[in-house]
Design a protein around this ligand. Structure first.
Ligand code: SF4
Length: 220
């Protein structure tokens, strides 16, 4: 199946979806957004990655910043913080450049490496877009973490790729139904920028109506 461009979702949404499906729906379906320290720090890092020179070559590596990407198979569009094209005889040709190159997507993140797969899924989705656009195979990419200032290599295994396809299909299904899942709280809520919008304590396991009814009964 391929998606029509009108139905493309934002690629970066996959990290929200992996973190909490309700958070993704609040941001991408209901268009609610709250900034906290984490999102502000994240934006600053991304601005730095995007604002420098668009393309430069050092040694055998061409570095491109803020390249727009898309995939009709995943039905997404977005951009890559950085793509490094490493000279390699097994790579692809690039217009206006001599030699062949293998693309390496690099995504900037605040903080340090997390236990969840959210960042790896986003990076793998970027690689799937690049493979479709450049007609090539990309085996690996890197996540750069602002706190540790280190790169973590990510191998795009069949398992990780399958998870990206499955999650994107789920996102499209939710979006088509304009479905916002109910609250399922966890310790991860502490890091959520939408706590005040989501109202986890109010909604968890209750409808707003039953909550108000309960509060009214308490006051009678
Ligand atoms: S507060 Fe918790 S349940 Fe609500 S959107 Fe955020 S992470 Fe999800």
């Amino acid at each position: 199946m391929v998606y029509n461009e009108d139905d493309y979702l934002l690629l970066s949404g996959i990290q929200h979806f992996a973190f909490c499906r309700r958070q993704w729906a609040l941001i991408h379906i209901e268009q609610k957004w709250e900034e906290n320290l984490r999102t502000v720090e994240g934006s600053i890092l991304h601005e730095r990655a995007h604002n420098e020179k668009l393309s430069e070559k050092r040694g055998g590596v061409i570095t491109t910043r803020g390249m727009a990407i898309k995939s009709s198979v995943l039905g997404v569009s977005g951009s890559c913080d950085i793509i490094e094209f490493h000279e390699d005889p097994n790579g692809i040709k690039i217009f206006g450049r001599r030699g062949k190159f293998i693309p390496l997507p690099v995504e900037y993140k605040r903080g340090h490496a997390k236990g969840s797969d959210a960042d790896r899924l986003q990076l793998c989705a970027q690689a799937i877009c690049l493979e479709e656009m450049l007609v090539c195979n990309i085996e690996r990419g890197c996540l750069f973490y602002g706190e540790t200032k280190r790169r973590e290599e990510v191998i795009f295994t069949e398992e990780l790729r399958a998870s990206v396809h499955k999650m994107m299909a789920e996102m499209h299904a939710y979006f088509n139904r304009r479905y916002t899942p109910k609250v399922k709280t966890g310790s991860f809520c502490k890091a959520c920028s939408l706590q005040d919008v989501c109202l986890p304590k109010l909604c968890n396991g209750k409808t707003v109506e039953s909550y108000i009814k309960g509060r009214l009964e308490e006051t009678i």
